[in-house]
Design a protein around this ligand. Structure first.
Ligand code: FAD
Length: 287
């Protein structure tokens, strides 16, 4: 099923993100984990594609597993380190697997890459246009950044590029993680003011370890509010306590978003079924 349709028919949706293994050594265990998450029946599950500009050979396979569990799935696709032909064949692979939803991303620029390069892509908008041309029926999503993309000069410039990307054919946007809902509300207001009218899924990352929080800041540059920093300070050395506190913090963020009319939530599960389950448990009776 198309995500655009799911978002249209449900004022509140809780979707989840999983990631594929880097090598086939862990393929079976990741597939089992993803199936466990899909069996919780979130609104849909998305599967990432590589990281740091890399690609992944398992994204489509895992997205198919999700569909086999009766859950709508979305394959992420990046383009920055791929040629037009390799992207074309990946789009064809996604299409022939029956996957109707693609998150069109540029990907991070690999450290050793000459950028911009004539052979490759510069921005996600080029990928959105290519998907629209080669798989016109696909439901296409894009990424957006409440605290601005790290490469953007300022928020206005970043939002201008988001508007162009949406106009090129995005049906919805999913945000980078954020830990302070006020930042999201302010961003949403600015997007709407700029004429971006598609649904914006709020990306929520449950922080379940000190290391994960440090890595998140490093990758996304997002601000850690004092309340969350205090939790990590107090419970960061106790995995069980930190996981519980992280699930509660994320659940609180989600409840506040829903209460304020922002009902489309995308949870970064980090392939942890117990975290996904804990969040859904906390939301029972609310969604
Ligand atoms: P773009 O939309 O191209 O934006 C990148 C930068 O370029 C921004 O600063 C923007 O303002 C600027 N820009 C855009 N268009 C123009 C233009 N025409 N002229 C000048 N500047 C422009 N990475 C992965 O490798 N795999 C994944 O599966 C993955 N999933 C993600 C899921 C979500 C929800 C998010 C938020 C990010 C994800 N990422 C993933 C990370 C993403 O690939 C990086 O953040 C990447 O650096 C930017 O990708 P983008 O699609 O937002 O790029």
């Amino acid at each position: 099923m198309k995500i655009s349709q799911i978002l249209r028919s449900n004022p509140v949706t809780i979707s989840m993100e999983v990631f594929p293994p880097k090598s086939d050594v862990k393929l079976d265990s990741v597939r089992a984990t993803v199936r466990e998450i899909a069996q919780l029946h979130p609104s849909f599950v998305s599967c990432t594609y590589g990281a740091g500009g890399g690609t992944s050979q398992y994204t489509v396979e895992i997205a198919r597993d999700i569909m086999e569990e009766g859950v709508a799935s979305m394959a992420h696709l990046t383009c920055v380190s791929s040629t037009r032909d390799s992207v074309r064949s990946q789009i064809a692979k996604i299409r022939s697997a029956g996957i109707e939803n693609i998150l069109a991303l540029r990907g991070d620029i690999p450290k050793d890459m000459e950028f911009p390069s004539r052979r490759y892509y510069e921005h996600a908008i080029e990928l959105v246009e290519q998907i629209r041309a080669e798989y016109p029926d696909a439901c296409v999503g894009g990424a957006c950044y409440p605290e601005k993309h790290p490469e953007a000069f300022n928020k206005d410039e970043d939002i201008r590029h988001i508007k162009e990307k949406v106009d090129a054919g995005c049906d919805f946007l999913t945000t980078q993680m954020f830990f302070n809902n006020s930042i999201y509300y302010n961003y949403l207001y600015r997007l709407r003011e700029a004429g971006v009218t598609v649904p914006i899924l709020a990306g929520i990352m449950p922080v379940t370890s000190r290391r994960q929080m440090e890595r998140s800041i490093q990758l996304s540059g997002c601000v850690i509010p004092p309340e969350l920093a205090a939790l990590v300070d107090r419970f960061g050395d106790s995995p069980e306590a930190m996981q519980k506190a992280g699930i509660i913090y994320a659940s609180h963020q989600i409840i506040d978003l829903i209460a304020n009319g922002c009902g489309h939530i995308h949870v970064y599960t980090m392939n942890k079924p117990e975290v996904a389950e804990g969040i859904l448990y906390n939301l029972r009776g609310i969604v």
